[in-house]
Design a binder for this molecule. Structure first.
Ligand code: SF4
Length: 463
């Protein structure tokens, strides 16, 4: 079975096609979309009847033999915290298609699997040094990149690491062949042959080549001085841990003081942590995986790296914790102005605190301080009703602090309670709050009650 958007399905055909939600849609009320409005023509994007007709035509003509047009008979909507049910009607395009080829409408029983949602059921999670690093930066970035599969496009320095590996490999083989390190002129010739950057705008490519040539000369000097030996560029490693298969690659250099992890990609990766990932994989045949003793950025200082038992245990614990959270589908955003400003997905992400593509707003800090990309978004305060309810819940004797620091806050259903922290709750109010105010931190009366109780605890502690 393949699940596709109508646009992805264009040009394909299938024996049986299911088109979900084939119902008469009312135009949704205007509201903020994922993508900042300033980046596209919203009216054209939302389209009209003719655009809809083309899309539905594409959908129904994908079928070779059986076509199922499905839709709910009624929907529940929430407006200002109030639920209401609306009756849905079949889409008017069904009438336009003529009914003779269609069987009558049917209402099949609704079935649910009853299984709790969990990623990676039945197989190991495929993780890498890079993907776990993205999760550590912001779990929502991980979700965009590795769950939704949004492509961030080629980075400006795409190809730099691969080119440098090729160049340094050639310098090394020239040294082995002639017994002398190549001259600056020969290094420039090697760059002409092997150094390729495809997506670098303007003069940035020249600057990167100049920087690369400088590093290559340093490498040639190290070779000539006899203080480094073979370069093992892009060595792959993998290991299983905590329900995941973790992979990565590392550039290794033989040096006087032992094997070093060296930064050839120039992407600013944490070389010490990469070396510990590599050490975690060191369960293979003896002698196949040299222990890394130091890290080095060419042109920078050689630094010793801690790959002892305690440090490795910390790295393993960190990996297991991240894998566990990924498998439990915990992708809560952790926005921050600096990291959101650099994030590949900032134009799409609803959790950042600024708009992309508009001029800097009054909230932008003085020059020199990074704070996102433009106009600050105003964060709405919880309503007075929410605060009033939170106060009552905070004073309710059934509200209790759990051993892990979260709180059991009573729900309106007798005998039931929500587990809430000062930033998260699983109640429906918390979840719908964010849908109504996509740019804000979600909240609900339970979360606000926890904030009140935590404030009181802090006051007692300082008193
Ligand atoms: S823009 Fe910020 S909050 Fe959104 S995914 Fe990127 S880092 Fe996370």
């Amino acid at each position: 079975m393949r699940v596709l958007t109508v646009w992805k399905a264009g040009g394909l055909e299938f024996p049986a096609v299911f088109v979900p939600s084939f119902v008469d849609r009312r135009r949704p009320p205007p509201r903020r979309c994922f993508v900042d409005d300033s980046l596209y023509d919203r009216d054209r994007y939302e389209g009209g009847d003719e655009d809809d007709r083309r899309a539905y035509y594409t959908a129904v003509t994908r079928s070779q033999k059986y076509l199922f047009l499905t839709g709910a008979r009624r929907r529940t909507i929430v407006v200002r915290s109030k639920k209401s049910r609306i009756e849905m009607l079949p889409h008017p395009f069904i009438g336009e298609m003529g009914g003779s080829a269609f069987a009558g409408p049917a209402v099949p029983p609704r079935r649910e699997s009853g299984l709790a949602p969990r990623a990676g059921r039945g197989g190991a999670l495929s993780a890498s040094f890079g993907s776990l690093g993205a999760y550590g930066r912001c779990p929502y970035e991980y979700k965009m990149r590795h769950v939704f599969g949004f492509s961030a496009g080629a980075p400006p320095a795409s190809g730099y690491g691969a080119s440098m590996r090729g160049v340094l490999g050639r310098i090394h083989s020239e040294y082995a062949r002639k017994g002398a390190a190549p001259t600056d002129r020969e290094i420039a010739g090697i760059f002409d042959d092997l150094f390729r950057l495809r997506f670098v705008p303007g003069g940035a490519g020249t600057a990167m080549r100049r920087r690369g040539e400088g590093l290559a000369r340093i490498y040639a000097e190290l070779l000539g001085g006899g203080s480094v030996g073979a370069l093992d560029a892009g060595r792959r490693f993998e290991f299983a841990l905590g329900g995941a298969l973790v992979t990565g690659s590392i550039d290794l250099l033989d040096a006087d003081g032992g094997t070093e992890a060296v930064d050839l990609a120039g992407d600013g990766a944490d070389l010490g942590e990469l070396a510990r990932f590599y050490a975690c994989a060191a369960g293979g045949p003896p002698g196949r995986r040299p222990a890394v003793a130091a890290v080095r950025r060419l042109g920078g200082k050689r630094r010793g790296v801690d790959v002892g038992g305690a440090a490795l245990e910390g790295t393993r614990r960190g990996i297991s914790e991240k894998v566990g959270r990924i498998l439990s589908l915990d992708f809560e955003a952790s926005p921050g102005d600096a990291k959101c400003g650099e994030c590949d997905f900032k134009a799409l992400c609803r959790h950042k605190g600024f708009e992309v593509g508009v001029g800097p707003g009054p909230g932008r800090p003085p020059t020199g301080q990074r704070a996102g990309d433009g106009q600050r978004l105003k964060k709405p305060e919880p309503t007075p009703e929410t605060i009033e309810k939170a106060r009552r819940l905070a004073d309710d004797p059934r509200t209790a602090r759990n051993a892990d620091g979260s709180y059991a806050v009573p729900s309106s259903s007798p005998g039931q309670a929500y587990t809430a922290t000062a930033s998260k709750c699983h109640c429906r109010g918390f979840l719908t709050y964010h849908k109504r105010r996509p740019w804000s931190e979600p909240t609900c009366s339970h979360v606000e009650a926890v904030k009140i109780l935590e404030g009181r605890r802090a006051a007692r502690g300082s008193g």
